[in-house]
Design a protein around this ligand. Structure first.
Ligand SMILES: Nc1ncnc2c1ncn2[C@@H]1O[C@H](COP(=O)(O)OP(=O)(O)OP(=O)(O)O)[C@@H](O)[C@H]1O
Ligand SMILES: [Mg+2]
Length: 236
């Protein structure tokens, strides 16, 4: 990231940003400048977290205000942003496209123009990292929910993205795999992370947290403070 030409601007910069989905203002007047490596996004169901994650990943377009992600305009520089960002959602079925586990991971590299050997090496590394080596030739659609989520993560990481946007990535995982995934997401200094989660202990491990409520930013700052504010609101 230090070699980025835009390293002097925060990685996520929104100014009065809004997203209208049908009749709903899913996000409204969001102004944020976030440059921490790991950012937790918390809030109640329907508060706008996934919409924010999709906005950051360039999957929805702001209908108001200004958005810059990694210094890029998500509309004018959409291809650049897609190349530098990887997304992981809570529903892994939507992310699996190829018949076998190894083919599905390799599919994530299709636009990288790597040679056969380099592709194979990167795929094997990613499978090993997420404990999927023994399942490499299995049908990807016949994996368990948790195994599918690990496959989705392998597909995201194999591209070596600059920013990982993960929307409830541990929801389907057992305790052991939750820990494995959390450590890959949080402790690998090679990427930035935006992590949407209802797991407040996991959120507390990020450097910064953002609390959404009714499509607006309710609080932003140190996770302990933001979580305390969230819990105080829940107690009302
Ligand atoms: N495709 C859509 N069309 C219309 N409204 C939508 C659409 N997607 C989401 N919304 C609405 O936008 C608001 C924010 O939804 P969002 O999915 O961002 O919430 P969330 O905080 O991720 O919730 P959860 O914790 O349940 O995943 C909600 O009111 C939701 O009903
Ligand atoms: Mg959501």
């Amino acid at each position: 990231m230090s070699d980025s030409p835009v390293s002097d601007s925060p990685a996520i910069r929104l100014s009065g940003a809004g997203v209208r989905l049908g009749e709903v203002d899913a996000l409204h007047d969001v102004t944020l400048a976030l440059d921490s490596r790991t950012i937790a996004v918390v809030g109640e169901n329907g508060s706008g977290k996934s919409t924010f994650a999709r906005l950051v990943a360039g999957l929805v377009t702001a209908t108001a205000g200004e958005t810059r992600i990694l210094g890029l305009d998500p509309v004018r520089q959409a291809a650049d942003l897609r190349r530098r960002v990887a997304v992981v959602f809570s529903n892994p079925d939507a992310q699996i496209v190829m018949p076998t586990v190894a083919e599905d991971v390799a599919f994530s590299l299709r636009s990288e123009r790597l040679g056969r050997e380099e592709t194979a090496r990167r795929v094997e590394d990613a499978l090993k990292r997420f404990g999927l080596s023994a399942l490499r030739d299995r049908s990807s659609h016949e994996l368990s929910g948790g195994q599918k989520q690990l496959l989705a993560l392998a597909g995201a990481f194999v591209r070596r993205p600059e920013l990982v946007v993960a929307d409830e990535p541990t929801t389907l995982l057992d305790a052991r795999n939750s820990r494995l995934v959390a450590s890959h997401l949080l402790e690998d200094a090679g990427h930035r992370l935006v992590l949407v989660t209802h797991d407040l202990a996991l959120a507390a491990r990020c450097e910064t947290a953002v609390l959404f409520s009714g499509g607006r930013v309710e609080a932003v700052g140190r996770p302990q403070d933001v979580i305390a504010e969230y819990e105080a609101a829940l107690a009302c």
